[in-house]
Ligand binder design. Structure first.
Ligand SMILES: Cc1cc2nc3c(=O)[nH]c(=O)nc-3n(C[C@H](O)[C@H](O)[C@H](O)COP(=O)(O)O)c2cc1C
Length: 215
């Protein structure tokens, strides 16, 4: 009993004397932590082009696309179609057609880098993003960056891909685009290759002079 009273008194003293944060202070401290995590995720992200062999787990991809579709869009129109492909037969088959579309010299040059796996910068999982022809590009860009940052925060690397889409838009790749089952009137805009990173690229330089504060 005596022991319990001593503990109670000690607890009361500690509560009175400590600089315990109030509810609001606690909230803003956690907001500061969240902000630090978001900022460090943004600043640490790099495009990755070398990945471990396994595709990104589906439950992780589910979370990543969920973050994507929570991006803002004009009038909340959500003018996107998102297709996740982790089937090696799809990615490799497309790559074989891509190789055939080039001269042997070009194909040799494009595939000779060590660790070359496929035309999607070696990604094991590729997210294809499509929009109604001629619109939705801005919204789809925001969708993509949400996915890229969410992926990075989960230890998943990515590379935004414009080059492979030029081939996907050619008649040679039509059979693969058909498999994406895009809505009528939608066109592929870009893709994001993803996977578990097998490299740690350095930061690319940024040109801060492009930003001005106007008084
Ligand atoms: C719209 C767009 C298209 C891109 N297309 C390709 C591509 O086809 N192949 C590639 O290797 N990287 C591609 N990238 C990645 C850029 O090369 C990369 O983001 C840039 O060099 C900056 O490097 P960082 O992402 O590591 O900061 C693309 C990026 C964007 C935003």
């Amino acid at each position: 009993m005596k022991h319990n009273i001593v503990i109670l008194c000690l607890a009361a003293l500690m509560t009175a004397g400590c600089n315990c944060p109030s509810g609001n202070e606690q909230q803003s401290a956690s907001a500061r932590t969240d902000s630090a995590v978001v900022v460090s995720t943004i600043m640490a992200r790099r495009s990755v082009r070398k990945y471990k062999p396994e595709p990104v787990r589906r439950d992780q991809m589910q979370q990543i696309v969920e973050c994507g579709i929570n991006a803002p869009s004009g009038m909340n129109a959500q003018p996107w179609a998102v297709r996740v492909v982790d089937n090696p037969e799809f990615l490799n088959g497309c790559t074989e057609l891509w190789k055939k579309s080039m001269t042997p010299e070009q194909a040799e040059r494009s595939t000779s880098e060590p660790g070359f796996r496929n035309m999607f910068r070696n990604a094991t999982t590729v997210v294809f993003i499509a929009a109604p022809t001629g619109s939705g590009q801005l919204d789809c860009g925001l969708l993509g960056e949400n996915m890229i940052l969410a992926a990075w925060s989960m230890g998943i690397g990515s590379c935004c891909l414009g080059g492979p889409i030029r081939f996907m838009q050619s008649p040679e790749a039509a059979q693969y685009v058909e498999r994406l089952q895009l809505p009528d009137g939608y066109q592929l805009l870009y893709a994001i290759g993803m996977g578990y990173p097998d490299e740690q690229p350095d930061a690319k330089p940024r040109d801060a002079s492009k930003v001005k504060f106007i008084d």
